[in-house]
Design a protein around this ligand. Structure first.
Ligand code: HEM
Length: 447
């Protein structure tokens, strides 16, 4: 009763075919072909493991609502050894909840409200350093710098300087090897990533030591995420999150937080250059807000609430270009699903991005149309889930929303831009536009 399909060649299976399709930006078509041939459940062999690919609204619901007695998170080996075995992706059950609750206590909207002004300062500083006075910039690398800097300042309390620059380089190397073949030999990508991860880990250990001293001297536990995690105590006054857990989760947040938001911002810049009507509407909304701040006051939580159209444009960007294409879970027991058997220990491959392109749910799915999000209730559940769902739903949603809106506010009110490359992009596994999206920019004055 295994699902239809084939497991292909031993070990390699269909991994290379999928990776090539991702690079050519045809992964959706490649998977559609499977769906036409075998239906929404099929067996496949990916990254050395027998897997079941499941597709559709019911599949998304199954992945995001099943508890850890049925399926658990499953990462490829390279990711778990680079990020560490105590990061959220590796934890299940009570441990997952304990660490996740601690992170969410800092990342929830009520807490982040206080940080809009700090985010504003970071974005303006970034534009002064990297955009002002330039005629051309490459958007993707700059958005990576911006989102990295925002996370360093707001979440890790690590100011600009040599340490931050070193950490940035180490994180780029870490990310490079996350989807690599886990062969730890000198000069492999994987080996370079592991070394970078060890260096980052050492730096973070030092930083945590400093935060501990600050806390003893009376610093506010709310000054950054690391200090907040250090300060959480149980009824016996013991630290709830261990130092190892803090380090591994700081690495995870850096990867999960900056590689995703930078892609959303890059594709927003691309879209606004391609679509004058949407650009005009976003600009109008943002200028209304800017006009009420003649003396350069910082943006506030209330200002963000007025950026409704801009956020709809961001949602539609996430629908068409989801930074997270899909992922893996593992069956912890034999599972009956859709009339077939998913055997214990098999991988489950989910691709939520494809439901977002289903024309029975989103008519004319390739058309960019932010009005689809005017009435979010009209979208059936588990069909638009760029931030995932259930107990592992992205805890960085609000953080991503704030940084996206603040960044777009300053980009559209201070600059105009024109694309200098074609519209092609590949997946690595996040979408990467040709040549990092070079644009020609000109400063603009407020009306
Ligand atoms: C546009 C931006 C973002 C997108 C599209 C996104 C998407 C996602 C998705 C789809 C998942 C669920 C994966 C799964 O179920 O296996 C996830 C998990 C996660 N995200 Fe995000 N994310 C974004 C930004 C952020 C930010 C800014 C942070 C941190 C500040 C963050 C931290 C995390 C963490 C820690 C997890 C793991 C949660 C867990 O396993 O319990 N993300 N994200």
């Amino acid at each position: 009763r295994l699902p239809p399909g084939s497991l292909g060649l031993p070990i390699v299976g269909q991994s290379l075919e999928l990776l090539w399709a991702m690079q050519a930006n045809t992964a959706e078509q490649w998977l559609q072909k499977r769906i036409r041939k075998y239906g929404p459940i099929s067996k496949i062999n990916l990254f050395g493991k027998p897997s079941v690919f499941i597709y559709g609204q019911a599949a998304n619901k199954f992945v995001f609502t099943s508890d850890s007695s049925t399926i658990v998170n499953q990462q490829v080996k390279s990711i778990s050894s680079i990020l560490g075995d105590r990061c959220l992706l590796e934890l299940i059950g009570k441990d997952h909840k304990r660490v996740r609750d601690a992170l969410v206590s800092f990342l929830k909207p009520e807490s982040l409200k206080e940080y809009v002004g700090k985010m504003d300062e970071e974005v303006k500083k970034h534009l002064e350093m990297h955009w002002h006075g330039k005629q051309q910039v490459k958007v993707l690398p700059l958005m990576k710098t911006l989102t990295f800097d925002i996370i360093c300042s707001l979440l890790f309390g690590l100011g600009r300087g040599t340490r931050r620059d070193k950490l940035f380089i180490d994180f780029q190397h870490m990310i490079d090897g996350m989807w690599s073949v886990p062969v730890n030999l000198p000069f492999t990508r994987y080996n370079r990533s592991l070394q970078a991860s060890a260096r980052a880990q050492k730096l973070l250990k030092g930083l945590i030591g400093e935060k501990r001293v600050d806390l003893q001297k009376g610093a506010s536990p709310r000054q950054d995420l690391i200090t907040c995690l250090l300060s959480i105590r149980n009824e016996k006054n013991e630290q709830v999150i261990s130092e190892k857990e803090i380090i591994h989760n700081v690495k995870l947040i850096m990867v999960a937080g900056h590689d995703t938001s930078s892609v959303l911002l890059t594709f927003l810049v691309r879209l606004l250059a391609n679509d004058p009507a949407i650009y005009a509407a976003v600009l109008q909304e943002q200028e209304e807000i800017a006009k009420n701040k003649p003396n350069g006051e910082l943006l506030t939580w209330e200002d963000l609430a007025k950026m409704k159209y801009t956020w709809r444009v961001a949602m539609e960007t996430l629908r068409l270009f989801p930074p997270v294409f899909g992922g893996f879970r593992k069956a912890v027991k034999d599972i009956e699903y859709g009339g077939y058997l998913i055997p214990k220990d098999w991988q489950i491959f989910w691709v939520t991005g494809m439901t977002q392109m289903d024309n029975s749910i989103f008519p004319e799915p390739s058309k960019f149309d932010p009005t689809r999000f005017e009435n979010p209730e009209s979208i059936p559940p588990y069909c638009f889930i760029p931030f995932g769902g259930g107990p592992r739903i992205c805890p960085g949603y609000e953080f991503a929303r704030i940084e996206t809106l603040v960044s777009i506010h300053y980009l559209v009110t201070r600059f105009t831009w024109k694309l200098l490359s074609d519209n092609f992009f590949s997946r690595d596994p996040t979408p990467v536009p040709t040549k990092g999206l070079p644009v020609q920019i000109s400063p603009r004055k407020l009306l």
